[in-house]
Design a protein around this ligand. Structure first.
Ligand code: G3I
Length: 336
């Protein structure tokens, strides 16, 4: 058919995809334009890749994504401004290799955000300002990252203030994973409420949605959306994929016999999970302002090497030949 995902969902929300520069030429480029109307750079705008040295920015990859989007009328979500991963080596250290002070680190964060956000002002409509600041350990509140060790909690509010100063019209997000797990939901809620009470310019929350055929349940997802919406925040699904394996983040070894076989039973489970979550997304269209997939098709997914290498994953709506899977037909089969 001539209809892409974005067309089925035109009365609901933009449908996006995470890309790198290599996806923007050849058959994949055509495919992106047909299916999606929003792009997120998978890696190109993260602090390490885009700001490798203190006074040196690397714009080529990020620019190529933004230019492609402008040319074809797609939106861009900026990803991301402050995270504990993919940070450049220099950011936390002075020239002697000692840890910098809070004042120096906040100044660097300010310069970074000011430079990156203003470069794309008017071309990037939304930014993931702070990514994954909540701890994985449920007995902790914030993640014990260098940002936190050096600045305490303040870096979060500051990052939002700097982004707002650089582009007052950009929609500013806090973005995280496992947002549907009740104990993490509580802690994220607590952080967001604190920011809002302190009048920090935050508009929305991103549910990364690195899900699996086993979780979350529709009820957990509804609770999550309602809880964030109750704070007056918009919600986006920012990094959607549905792993065929249960999530065990700390795994480093393949289990014996585990080769990554995509059985009909697993595909059926996955199709059902995709249908279930898209039914919820449509129900909450007043709160949900975008749904973005983390990668284009099962040909390439970050889950092929994470959390364990050596097993293939098949987490997306299109197969390794860019053909729609059962789940695609299921999520596009609804009364418009
Ligand atoms: O570019 C270098 C290359 O020069 C080097 O030779 C090679 C050797 O390891 O690494 C390449 O960098 C890799 C980079 O992806 C680009 O391919 C990094 O090792 C690798 O760690 C990095 O992984 C990315 C990951 O974020 C970083 O933590 C994934 O592609 C990307 O999909 C993933 O995305 C994150 C979101 O930003 C935030 N939410 C979770 C999501 C999944 O982890």
């Amino acid at each position: 058919s001539d209809m892409g995902l974005k067309d089925y969902y035109k009365n609901y929300f933009p449908v996006g995809v995470a890309v790198g520069p290599r996806n923007l030429a050849g058959p994949e480029a055509e495919f992106i334009i047909k299916q999606f109307n929003s792009l997120t750079p998978e890696n190109a705008m993260k602090m390490g890749p885009i700001h490798p040295q203190e006074n040196q920015y690397f714009w080529r990859d990020a620019d190529s994504i933004v230019n492609f989007a402008q040319h074809h009328g797609l939106r861009v979500r900026g990803h991301n401004l402050c995270w504990h991963e993919q940070t450049p080596n220099w950011i936390f250290k002075d020239s002697l290799g000692h840890q910098v002070t809070k004042a120096v680190l906040l100044k660097r964060l300010h310069d970074h955000i000011q430079t990156v956000v203003s470069r794309y002002k008017g071309k990037i409509y939304a930014w993931d300002v702070v990514n994954e600041a909540i701890a994985d350990d449920k007995t902790q509140f914030l993640r014990n990252s260098p940002w936190y060790q050096i600045c305490g909690e303040d870096f979060i509010a500051k990052a939002f203030e700097y982004a707002h100063e650089a582009d007052p019209k950009a929609v500013l997000f806090y973005n995280d994973y496992n947002t549907e797990r009740p104990e993490k939901l509580e802690r994220i809620y607590r952080l967001l409420k604190k920011l809002i009470d302190a009048k920090v310019p935050i508009n929305a929350v991103g549910l990364q949605a690195h899900w699996s055929v086993y979780e979350p349940s529709a009820t957990e997802l509804r609770n999550t959306i309602e809880k964030f919406a109750s704070l007056g925040l918009k919600v986006q699904i920012t990094e959607l994929d549905v792993s065929i394996y249960p999530w065990e983040k700390e795994r480093r070894e393949l289990r014996p016999g585990e080769k990554g076989e995509y059985t009909p039973e697993l595909e059926q489970k996955q199709t059902a999970k995709y249908k279930e979550v898209f039914d919820v997304f449509r129900q909450y269209k007043k709160d949900i302002t975008g749904v973005t997939f983390w990668n284009i098709s099962d040909r390439y997914t970050w889950l092929d090497t994470y959390p364990v290498a050596g097993r293939k994953n098949f987490p997306l709506l299109f197969d390794t030949n860019l053909q729609p899977k059962k789940a695609f037909y299921e999520v596009t089969n609804f009364k418009k």
